[in-house]
Design a protein around this ligand. Structure first.
Ligand code: SF4
Length: 432
């Protein structure tokens, strides 16, 4: 990496047709979601991807010249695209190439980047779940709207690695979102370190509300992650109630006890979060609220922990993830007093999960008998497996459809819910 405190930098040179360009954009979207920065120069890049074209001789020659240039100027090169079918020939000319993949295989390119330049990670706040390193199906995509963060939560090293919050210009985001929608993506997962802060640094008055409205016009599912419960978020929930964006909000509360939140230095820790949740549900009764929590943060007393359990019972969040506190190298929390014993952390985690499982099961059982839209993600031996508007990929539950074997990945179907358990729903197709 250029500097051990900066993001890993990837350069990309895209040659050839519009399909190749869409692949390049998908590769960049995925890498940006994982915390890679895109470099415009050979010197700034830790690795360079060359997306080649081999359609006619002149295009092949241009691709070969570009690979030579990238090898000379940078030396760490991944080749993809149409020329990738001639791997032997490529390797004969350039034995130092890191990886070669064929056309439209952006998933393999992303894996090759992971091998050459591992993503920086933080177990508490990674935007893409660990499982997200696995390949993103083509019918949904992550859309990163800003980078960095202005907060200083004590368990987190993101601000020191990725710097201050920088929003991407709205037109650039929209171009990417439109390209993804045109290429068949049916769901965009809006991510950033602090989604509600989108635009505060832009100086042109554009804020998250406007971005959400414009994304809502694309006619595909728009799912909001990493939203802090500031008052202006009510406006987003109104868009959800109007059906413009998905009635789903992911708010990383991390704790409920005021003293722990203060010790964590969480943004919005002074906000009355239960009141906000109630207001959101009044505005949008069908809202799904997802959150994550940390148990065993240094200084968390039994009272703090119980406060959080009571809060959970009252808040009745739909989807909840829970992390056991661990020291993260470079994060100030490691130096705080009052570290909780590992055994105690494990016990609190178990208890937390039990409480939340009951809440989740109670909320899901209410869906039995309803008809809901489901986007198909894949299959097991018996069923098609999809997600409803209430389920974000890889972190939430799924919907099993027993009579869905004939469906295809990426299909959107209407499903009548017939059963539920702690996390998942079961149903049958409404119209065949
Ligand atoms: S809000 Fe806190 S946890 Fe999230 S990235 Fe910023 S500092 Fe880290």
């Amino acid at each position: 990496m250029n500097d051990k405190n900066s993001q890993p930098q990837v350069g990309i040179i895209s040659l050839g047709c519009s399909k190749a360009l869409v692949d390049s954009e998908r590769i960049l979207t995925k890498l940006a979601a994982e915390g890679y920065a895109i470099s415009n120069s050979y010197e700034g890049a830790d690795v360079v991807i060359v997306n080649t074209c081999g359609f006619i001789d002149s295009a092949r020659a241009e691709s070969m010249d570009t690979i030579s240039e990238a090898m000379n100027e940078n030396g760490r090169v991944i080749v993809t695209g149409c020329l990738g079918i001639n791997e032997d020939e490529l390797r004969k000319t350039h034995p130092g190439i890191l990886a070669v993949t064929g056309a439209h295989s952006y998933e393999q390119v992303v894996s090759a980047v992971h091998d050459a330049l591992p993503p920086t990670s933080n177990p508490f706040v990674d935007l893409v779940p660990e499982a997200g390193i696995k390949l993103t199906p083509r019918h949904y995509a992550y859309l990163k709207i800003s980078e960095g963060c202005n907060h200083k939560c004590r368990f987190c090293i993101i601000p020191s690695i990725r710097g201050k919050h920088v929003s991407r210009p709205i037109d650039e985001i929209m171009r990417e979102a439109e390209t993804l929608a045109r290429s068949g993506v049916k769901e965009l997962l809006v991510i950033s370190q602090d989604t509600s802060a989108y635009g505060v640094d832009l100086g042109d008055g554009v804020k998250i509300q406007e971005l959400a409205e414009r994304l809502g016009e694309l006619g595909i599912w728009i799912r909001m992650h990493y939203v802090y419960p500031y008052p202006h978020v009510d406006g987003l929930v109104e868009l959800m109630a109007d059906g413009k964006i998905l009635p789903y909000i992911d708010v990383p509360f991390q704790h409920a006890s005021p003293s722990v939140l203060k010790a964590m230095a969480r943004p919005a820790h002074q906000e009355k979060s239960l009141g906000r949740i109630k207001k959101w549900r009044d505005i949008c009764p069908d809202l799904t609220i997802r959150s994550t929590f940390i148990v065993g943060f240094p200084g968390e007393t039994v009272k703090d922990f119980e406060f959080m359990l009571d809060w959970l019972e009252e808040a009745e969040l739909d989807r909840v993830g829970c992390f056991k506190y661990e020291n993260v190298k470079g994060a100030p929390a490691a130096d705080l007093p009052g570290h909780v014993d590992q055994e105690e952390i494990d016990a609190r985690w178990e208890q937390f999960m039990e409480v939340q499982q009951d809440i989740s099961a109670k909320r899901l059982v209410k869906k039995i008998g309803r008809s809901i839209d489901v986007l198909i993600d894949g299959f097991d031996e018996q069923s098609a497996i999809g997600r409803s508007k209430a389920d974000s990929p890889e972190v939430d539950g799924v919907v099993y459809i027993e009579d869905g074997a004939h469906l295809s990945t990426g299909d959107m179907v209407s499903v009548k819910i017939t059963g539920s358990d702690e996390y998942d729903l079961y149903g049958e197709l409404e119209s065949k």
